[in-house]
Each structure stands twice: as C-alpha cells, then as structure tokens.
Write a protein that binds this ligand. Structure first.
Ligand code: FES
Ligand SMILES: [Fe+2]
Length: 378
C-alpha cells in the first residue's frame, strides 16, 4: 500500500473559489484505491436497503463493499443484524443477492448451518473434533444502523453512529420530505445496477455539481429552472434543491396536481445519494459502489407512496438522464489517464449559485482529509 498521497501541483485550498481539484493520480493510481478501501470504505456507513426490504424473519440482502461481501438479515426476534458473508469453516460465501432463508443459513459447500442470529447451529462430523466448540464459530457481525428508513452498515467496529455524525441530515430530509414516513418499497423496487466504466469519485464528482446540467442534460435543464437551483454543503453531506419547475418541458410532463413539485438531491459521504424528482411522491436511495479503481456501479431502490409509478418519469430517468451521466463519467475516466491533463480548476462563484462547483470542492476536501488522517472527517 502507498504511504504518501500523490502530489497536488496546485493546492486544494480551503476556499472553493481559489481551489484546484484533486490531481489525476487520485483517480488512476492503484495504490490510492487500496488506501481508499482502508480509510474510506471500510470505515464509513454504507447503504444496504430500505428497512421495509426486511419484512419477515429470514429476509436478507447481500451487498459488496469493495470486495467485502456482507449481508443484513431479519432475525426471528425481528432484530436486524449484519454479518460478513463468509462461512467460518473454509470461507465459502453463504448467501447471494436478496431473498429469504426460512429456517437457517446453510453453507452450500459442506452444509455448516447458522441461525439467523449468526450462531453456528450445526457442523457435520465435528462431535468428536478435539477442542471444537460450535460457539467459537459464529458469523462475524458488523455494525448496523437504521437511518431515515434505510439500513446502513459499517465495517469499522468503532465507527460513530450515523445518527450522531449527520443528525442535521436526518432533520433536513424530514423537514423537506413530508411524505418520508409514507414511502414504501414498490414491487420491482431495485434501481440499477448501472455499471459504469468510471471510478466512484468520478461518479460522485458528477453527482455533486450542476455546472454540467445545461450543456449535458438539456431536457433536465428544461424541467428544472436553473436560475434558482441551489447547492449547499454541510459536514459530511451536501444538498441540491431545484424549487422551480416547468410543467411542460422536454424531459417529461409534470402534472401540477400530482406528486412532489420540485427536485431534491442529497449526497451523504462517501457514496450514498437520496434523490427526488418532480411529479411523484417517490424517493430513490442509491449508492455508488466501487468495483475497481476505474469501475463502479450505481444501485439502489426507489420508494414510493402508494404503488403508482410515474412511467414517463422513470423512463426519462433510466433511458436519458442516467445514460447521459454515464457517458460523461466514462469519458472523464478515460481523460484522466491522458498525458495532457493533470489537475483541474474548481469553478466556484461567491454567490454559491446552482452552477457553482463548491459542493465538488467540499467532496474533494473530504476525500483528501480522510486519506490524510486515520480518523473520520468532521
Ligand atoms: S466452507 Fe462452509 S461448510 Fe465448508
Ligand atoms: Fe448529471
């Protein structure tokens, strides 16, 4: 693993207006990705699924956190628990995807059998094994927390609770989303995964700025008025608001009497997003999951009040908006390898307008500070 961070030929200053971006090595150096795993992804809160995905005992969801497979499962006592998805015998993975284990978790390799609370219940042919005790081989548990109706996990046993580190985010979401507690997981609830040939930071960079919205998302910019678009940064999160919309536009028509009438996007360090587009009481919660240094996937769930999906809206999102962003990100990832590029300039204005890149700067500072320290950014 590298010890020293790549150089920043031009500084990432405190003030966004004078700052440069992270340099390209931060996006292309394999050693840096190893450092990101250790310092960012194995220590931060990672989105898994809405709480409602766990309705009956045995319901489980598997997620991959930078090659650490983990799962969340609802116990017979209705407690949610999270474990590393690996058998304590000889390391076969236990569960795949999402589903329900009716009675117990049975390893597909040699059939060691675990209870839903992680305890090893049965291991074949071990009755006479010297010094072997079932209780020494329970699944390794990890931290779990419910936050704004969603399940998050953290591989760091010492991690501070999410509700304590970003209490202001919960307050902010609750104050702006009156229908939050009415959101349900509809059938076909999964969004993505959208596989992207670009690293996770390229995808987050693109998410936390709307400087690109007018040139690169003409339909989006015809739907959301960019004049009063706003972007604000807080400790470990940032928020974009588009309060004014045009009901007739080239993205999809919005019925003035139906659903939320604005746009809201929250970014939560390091890789979670909460997304509300106009025209339906729906919220999408997604994570940008690193797959490798230069690949990631965008995946999550769309929650809805009632079961009605606004089809025109979801078609526009999946077939236009997301694809536009994927092409942008993939081009940038290729460009970051170019000998003709090493570091960019943050384009932020003093008004902190909707097209200012101050939330991008905020993200780069979080990355830089976290890679430099051994503790969490604050
Ligand atoms: S690896 Fe799971 S039972 Fe052998
Ligand atoms: Fe975009």
């Amino acid at each position: 693993m590298i010890v020293e961070l790549p150089p920043l030929p031009h500084p990432l200053t405190d003030a966004p207006e004078t700052s440069f971006t992270l340099s390209s090595s931060y996006y292309t150096d394999p050693g840096l990705f190893e450092l990101e795993k250790e310092k960012i992804f194995y220590r931060s809160w990672q989105y898994v699924a809405p709480c409602q995905s766990f309705a009956v005992p045995g319901d489980y969801v598997v997620v991959d956190i930078c090659s650490q497979s983990v799962f969340v499962i609802l116990g017979d006592d209705l407690e949610l628990r999270a474990f590393y998805n690996v058998c304590r015998h000889r390391a076969h993975e236990l569960l795949q995807g999402q589903g329900n284990v009716a009675s117990a978790i049975v390893c597909p390799y040699h059939a060691w059998t675990y209870k839903k609370d992680g305890a090893l219940r049965h291991a074949r042919n071990t009755a006479d094994l010297a010094g072997f005790r079932l209780e020494d081989y329970g699944l390794k548990s990890i931290q779990l927390e419910e936050f704004v109706g969603c399940v998050f996990v953290n591989l760091d046993p010492k991690a501070e609770r999410l509700a304590d580190t970003v209490a202001d985010l919960e307050t902010d979401i609750r104050s702006r989303v009156p229908f939050l507690d009415d959101l349900r997981v509809p059938m076909a609830n999964t969004f993505g995964p959208t596989e992207i040939e670009a690293g996770w930071k390229v995808v987050v960079d693109n998410y936390v700025e709307c400087y690109h919205c007018e040139p690169a998302h003409p339909d989006f910019a015809s739907l959301i008025c960019m004049d009063d678009y706003q972007m604000e940064t807080f400790g470990l999160w940032s928020r974009q608001t588009g309060p004014q919309i045009r009901h007739k536009n080239s993205a999809y028509d919005v019925n003035p009497d139906q659903g939320y009438q604005g746009a809201l996007f929250w970014y939560l360090w390091p890789n979670t997003t909460f997304n509300i587009l106009p025209g339906a009481d729906e919220m999408n919660v997604s994570a940008v999951r690193p797959r490798s240094l230069t690949r990631s996937s965008f995946e999550g769930h769309t929650l809805s009040v009632g079961n009605k999906q606004n089809t025109a809206r979801s078609t526009y999102t999946a077939e236009v908006l997301v694809l536009e962003d994927v092409y942008l990100c993939e081009s940038v990832q290729r460009g970051l390898k170019s000998h003709g590029y090493d570091q960019g300039r943050i384009v932020a204005d003093k008004r902190l307008s909707g097209i200012s890149e101050h939330a991008l700067h905020h993200f780069h500072r979080l990355v830089y500070q976290t890679l430099q320290t051994t503790s969490h950014p604050s």
